[in-house]
Design a binder for this molecule. Sequence first.
Ligand code: UD2
Length: 375
Amino acid sequence: MTETVLITGGAGFIASHCAVLLLRQGYQVRALDNLDVQIHGVERRPPAYLDKRVELIIGDIRSPRVVKRALVGADVVIHLAARVGVGQSMYQVADYTDVNSRGTAVLLEAMVERAKRRPFSRLVVASSMSVYGEGLYRTAAGTLAPSVERTPQRLKAGLWEPTDASGNLLEPLPTPETKPVSMGSVYALSKYDQERLCLLVGRAYNIPTVALRFFNVYGPHQALSNPYSGVLAIFAARLLNNRAPLIFEDGEQRRDFVYVGDVAEACRLALRCDAAIGRVFNIGSGRSVTINQVARLLADTLGVAIEPEISGECRMGDIRHCFPDISRACSVLDYCPRTTLEEGIGKLVEWLDGRVAVDRVGEALTALASRGLTV
Ligand code: UD2
């Protein structure tokens, strides 16, 4: 029998890739999305990239009536709906908390009600690497340092690398799911809320739930004109407008960029794997790179000779290094990231061809600086 999947945030970048993959697997796909202006523009039209076979319900995740309707006949749910912007979350506190945390609560209440008549076979919730704050580090003496934070004083002095109590530099290590969480932004806190709410309510009401902590997801369909989206989309928007990418700090901060197709595959696996129920998984590519490296790779792949500009600024709440240990996802989910950064950036660049991006980075930095949210 054909299974129906409801994807919340279903007109978004990650959702569009999940939809294609799941349609190919024989699922019927329904999307619930409010077509947020920041992502979809003032016209709020359904995006051209969304597969025509997807049934799109336009509405808000916070509306019990809309969510109830979206759940009719759904067998599984992938919950991706969220406001996504670390910096912006620090001044739109009520809205981020409302959409992400309360929106998830509304979804869960509706699922619990519906499950009385017909159970769900899975709920997959998109959590985030942001719940870790700084990643895991090791001291020079070889002990693990799981609770590192950078002080504003050091950041103001341009001392970007975290140190131990005696001022010795720390070595970043792959972060496992067992590292204690440490939320440094309202966005991160709301993603942790989403993750915990889903796991907790899922467990109480027998809705088999899996949480995926996505690292830095990139690829085609990423919102180019949203200055709060991922760094690769932001750099692409700058380069398409013949402007230099602005690199914060010194560009030596490390991240794991995971291709969106691999993230969609992780979602598919989480729908199927019973051993995953009730657990959280890091979803990354398994390779870390510096922001300087990705900036260069993107410019080279685009074939533009614009040097990135090191701004020496830092956004409040930004972390220095965080990249995942993905061994749990590999062994339990059978997750195996297939797209290398070079291939993924190649696909991003192909998609960028002929696209127009409004570069709003300056606006976003001013918004942050005027609130004292930059260092
Ligand atoms: C944040 C979230 C992550 C995810 C992502 C969405 C944290 C720790 N992580 O990751 O969960 O939601 O956002 O995109 O909250 N950078 C520049 N120039 C720019 C923009 C960014 O140098 O114009 C740097 C930035 O300082 C950071 C790195 O690039 O060191 C990555 O930034 P990001 O905003 O793409 O993502 P990140 O890792 O803060």
